[in-house]
Design a protein around this ligand. Structure first.
Ligand SMILES: Nc1ncnc2c1ncn2[C@@H]1O[C@H](COP(=O)(O)OP(=O)(O)OP(=O)(O)O)[C@@H](O)[C@H]1O
Length: 614
């Protein structure tokens, strides 16, 4: 049985235990559980729903929020106010309890455009503090310290949800249903292009942008979904307690929620359930310790996290690998022989001869430094165009302008016949511009296969709803993308590494993977920034064959390289930069004979051949 199935089975078992819990007393004749214990389980389930939402934000999108209790409180207050003051039904007020916090979440995501990490955490703390302050001070609306009491007992389809008679467990089961739906949603989002995009944006923002992911949009989505879960939890809580005030939603609750995520194992499927259960149970037991309660709580956390730094599920999940160490795949020799395989993975373009890229007077300044100075360059489709020059000549800067990472101070760039003014990197990627980075930028904690799948992100058409419901189009696209990703991996000789974490790969393989991932975008223009750096002689030979093969099939390649052998072997044209300016442009032979180039590389009076640079 694989881990996947075991997980679902464990969940089913847990659901069965929770579902059977109210009937335990009837079966055994004991006075257990009383309505007090039932309420505790309901509150724990509500917490778990909020924690699942927070896990998506922290564990997947890598965004730490310390204001989640405020969104939970917002849901609770929306539900309470709408049913108390506006006479909304339970279902109506719950819909708004989810919707309004989700919208608030999108607003909260806005600062992530500028800040992340600890700064973002501080902003979310500020949000939480302001929220509680408003609740406390706006007495006419929220009741201040006396809160909102007398919320009507919820009913659904005319049926009372709360205990009128002892065996009315409707609300209990409704919360359980919501929890199971939340677990499902977490699973469906994590194992989809949305989850992959969230993890990608967290692990390498630049690579994510270069692969067509709108990082701001994906983070807004993560915040919004997470806030929606918090709101759902809040609404359920208000209708359970029938009373709300600010004291339930303070900063301490936000910390508690985050601790549940971390203790369970952030980013894991079962982590939120385990973390919530352990901390919730611990809190109940520790109540017996009186004034030592906080001490015991702190000690428990410190010990568990010291022993299991990845959280309970995160650390236990590694156990099988540790117990039954499987040999990690060994590096294969060279890359396979490209030939027919290439056709299958990149197809063939017939745009040959047309101008793929036209740079006119492109200038890029960093303060007083002119990194790129009035560069004019034309790159034709289906050619390998090398961009060379001494260190600091401005080659990477020009690549960054072409791929949208830097905005040209002056001049213009025309791509595929369209003038694209200030298009962001993700938009250019979607038009067909892929790139590699000088220092490889992989999603190191994702598997090799997942890395390539992120490259296919812009090609998915299934909507969010189709993804959540796992409708046929989702499965079709996912299967096709996987097949294509595996083909690409086979193509770069890395099939046996598919399930390995990208960060564990040897350097040469990381470069291969970066190229496979870029090809998954099905680009028309491929920008390679020093792809041969750190590769062995044999690997460089393979790389040359690959680049040539790509160009022969109509793909345009712009190559920034220092390896002179490689440039001579593979390039159709060469543009030479020095101090940000174009000093030569032509075929390899023309450039080689150009005195300006020789001077730039070797100083005045040097050997008149680039060959000597080998
Ligand atoms: N973000 C930045 N801020 C300020 N200056 C920068 C920035 N990026 C590059 N530069 C400067 O611009 C100039 C060109 O740098 P660039 O990295 O484009 O050169 P390069 O030709 O790619 O060099 P190398 O071959 O060493 O990678 C250098 O003087 C560099 O210090």
């Amino acid at each position: 049985m694989n881990a996947h199935r075991a997980g679902w089975l464990a969940l089913l078992l847990l659901a069965a235990i929770i579902a059977g819990f109210p009937w335990y007393g009837d079966l055994t004749g004991e006075r257990f559980p009383t309505s007090y214990e039932l309420r505790l389980v309901m509150r724990a389930m509500i917490f778990a729903i909020v924690v699942i939402g927070l896990n998506l934000l922290v564990g997947l999108a890598g965004l730490v929020s310390l204001g989640q209790a405020a969104l939970y409180g917002l849901g609770a207050h929306v539900a309470a106010l709408l049913s108390l003051r506006a006479g909304f039904s339970f279902a109506e007020s719950m819909a708004f309890a989810i919707l309004i916090p989700a919208m608030m979440g999108a607003v909260l995501a806005f600062p992530t455009v500028r800040v992340r990490g600890v700064y973002l955490a501080v902003i979310t703390i500020a949000f939480g503090l302001i929220f509680v302050n408003i609740l406390r001070e706006w007495v006419s609306f929220t009741g201040g310290a006396s809160g909102l009491a007398g919320i009507p007992r919820p009913t659904l389809f005319g049926e009372p949800l709360m205990a009128v008679r002892r065996t009315n467990f409707n609300y209990y089961y409704l919360i359980l249903l919501c929890l199971l739906l939340a677990v499902w949603a977490q699973y469906a989002i994590t194992y989809s292009r949305y989850g992959r995009a969230m993890r990608a944006a967290a692990q390498s923002e630049n690579a994510a942008r270069a692969l067509g992911i709108n990082v701001v949009a994906i983070r807004t989505m993560a915040f919004s979904i997470s806030a929606g879960f918090a709101g759902l939890g809040g609404g359920l809580f208000a209708n359970l307690a029938l009373f709300v005030n600010y004291e339930t939603f303070t900063f301490t609750t936000s910390i508690e929620l985050l601790l549940m995520v971390i203790l369970g194992g952030s980013g894991t499927m079962a982590g939120p359930l385990v973390g919530t259960t352990v901390l919730f149970t611990a809190t109940q037991f520790l109540q017996g310790l009186g004034q030592w309660q906080t001490f015991g709580y702190g000690l428990l956390l410190a010990v568990v996290l010291f022993a299991m730094p990845q959280g309970i599920v995160g650390s236990l999940g590694r156990l099988p690998a540790w117990l039954w160490t499987k040999p990690s795949p060994r590096a294969t020799g060279g890359w396979p022989n490209w030939g027919t395989g290439l056709e299958a993975v990149v197809g063939r373009s017939d745009a040959r001869g047309q101008a793929t890229l036209l740079a006119e007077g492109v200038t890029l300044r960093f303060g007083g430094l002119t990194a790129v100075n009035t560069v004019n360059m034309e790159v034709r489709a289906g050619t390998v165009h090398a961009l060379i020059g001494p260190n600091g000549a401005g080659k990477s800067s020009l690549l960054n302008v072409i791929s949208g990472f830097y905005r040209a101070t002056e001049g213009r760039v025309t791509l595929f016949g369209e003038r694209l003014r200030d298009a962001p990197p993700y938009a250019l990627a979607r038009l067909g511009v892929a790139r590699s980075f000088q220092n490889t930028e992989l999603f190191s904690q994702m598997t090799v296969l997942e890395n390539v799948l992120v490259g296919a992100h812009p090609h998915f058409r299934a909507t969010f709803a189709e993804t959540l419901l796992r409708l046929p189009r989702f499965h079709r696209e996912e299967r096709a993308a996987r097949a294509e990703a595996l083909r690409l991996l086979e193509f770069v000789g890395m099939s046996e590494f598919a399930d390995e974490a990208a960060g564990n790969l040897p350097f040469g393989h990381q470069r291969r993977l970066e190229i496979a991932r870029a090809l998954a975008l099905r680009p028309k223009l491929l920008l390679l920034d020093e792809p041969a750096a750190g590769l062995t002689h044999g690997e460089i030979e393979d790389l040359i064959a690959l680049i040539r093969g790509l160009a022969d099939r109509g793909m345009t390649v712009i190559l920034v390289e220092h390896h002179v052998d490689m440039i001579m072997a593979v390039s159709d044209r060469v543009t030479v930069l020095d101090y940000g300016e174009v000093i030569a442009d032509g075929t390899v032979a023309e450039v080689q004979a150009n005195p300006k180039v020789i001077e730039a590389y070797f100083g005045q009076g040097a050997t008149p051949s680039l060959e000597a640079a080998k």
